[in-house]
Design a protein around this ligand. Structure first.
Ligand code: PGA
Length: 250
């Protein structure tokens, strides 16, 4: 029997946001109030805004996250950012293995697993992303792709440390398209089954987020699917009112 998992609504600003965008976070802070809330909230901002966003959100239920990190803590890796640096800047979460990084930077499951390990070692929570492409879904291999990404991207230390999984079908990201409730339920149940088989009770407690064109208008329906424990929200996280609409749906 799976135990109740606290819902997490996490925003992913991607490569969007200048200092002026902190105003949206201030507005979000005002909209959600001081809590307590039925769900956890995080916003994963560009590296340049992590420290200022964390300062601005201090004392609110809105946690701040980064969107990627290096596998090492420090060293000769020009242009890279470590999980320890993001922790130092005030981040609580780091997204790893987003499909845009897998596609744009050739990140493999092994890279993603090492990054997730680095996030855990820094004392932060990795949001580990998996999801099939449109061609893979059409070929009937969505489930197999997700199961294989999950097995190879999640580190063994997830059994004793907090992690979050995000199922994001690549074809649903930024397109306005979403899978059917049945398709989401099928994938989330398979992810849950694999996590429980591998980690036992700890696997039952891992939040599994859905991501891909989640909006205020469809959030309640998607969040009502079994084993959907929250959302990873791109476009709709950029505006405080839209993001708050999803938080209220949760
Ligand atoms: P979207 O992005 O909500 O804009 O579809 C989700 C994501 O890529 O995390």
């Amino acid at each position: 029997m799976s135990q109740p998992v606290k819902t997490l609504i996490a925003g992913n600003w991607k490569m969007n946001g200048l200092k002026a965008s902190l105003g949206e976070l201030e507005q979000l802070k005002a909209l959600v109030g001081a809590g307590p809330l039925a769900c956890d909230i995080a916003v994963c901002v560009p590296f340049t805004l992590v420290a200022s966003a964390a300062t601005a959100m201090a004392g609110s239920p809105v946690a701040i996250g980064g969107q990627d990190c290096h596998t090492q803590t420090s060293g000769a890796h020009t242009g890279d950012i470590s999980a320890a640096m993001l922790a130092d800047a005030g981040a609580a979460f780091i997204i790893v293995g987003h499909s845009e990084r897998r596609a744009d930077h050739g990140e493999t499951d092994a890279n993603v697993q090492a990054k997730a390990e680095a996030v855990i070692a820094a004392g932060l929570t990795p949001i580990i992303c998996v999801g099939e492409t449109e061609a893979e879904r059409r070929a009937g291999s969505a489930l197999a792709v997700v199961e294989s990404q999950l097995a190879a991207s999640v580190p063994d230390s997830a059994g004793t440390s907090k992690i979050v999984i995000a199922y994001e079908p690549v074809w649903a990201i930024g397109t306005g398209l979403t899978p059917t409730r049945a398709d989401i339920a099928e994938i989330h149940a398979a992810i849950r089954a694999q996590l429980v088989a591998r980690f036992g009770d700890a696997g039952a407690g891992i939040a599994i987020l859905y991501g891909g064109s989640m909006k205020p208008g469809n959030a309640a329906e998607i969040l009502g699917v079994d084993d959907v424990n929250g959302g990873l929200v791109g476009g709709a996280s950029l505006k405080a009112e839209d993001f708050n609409g999803i938080i209220q749906a949760a």
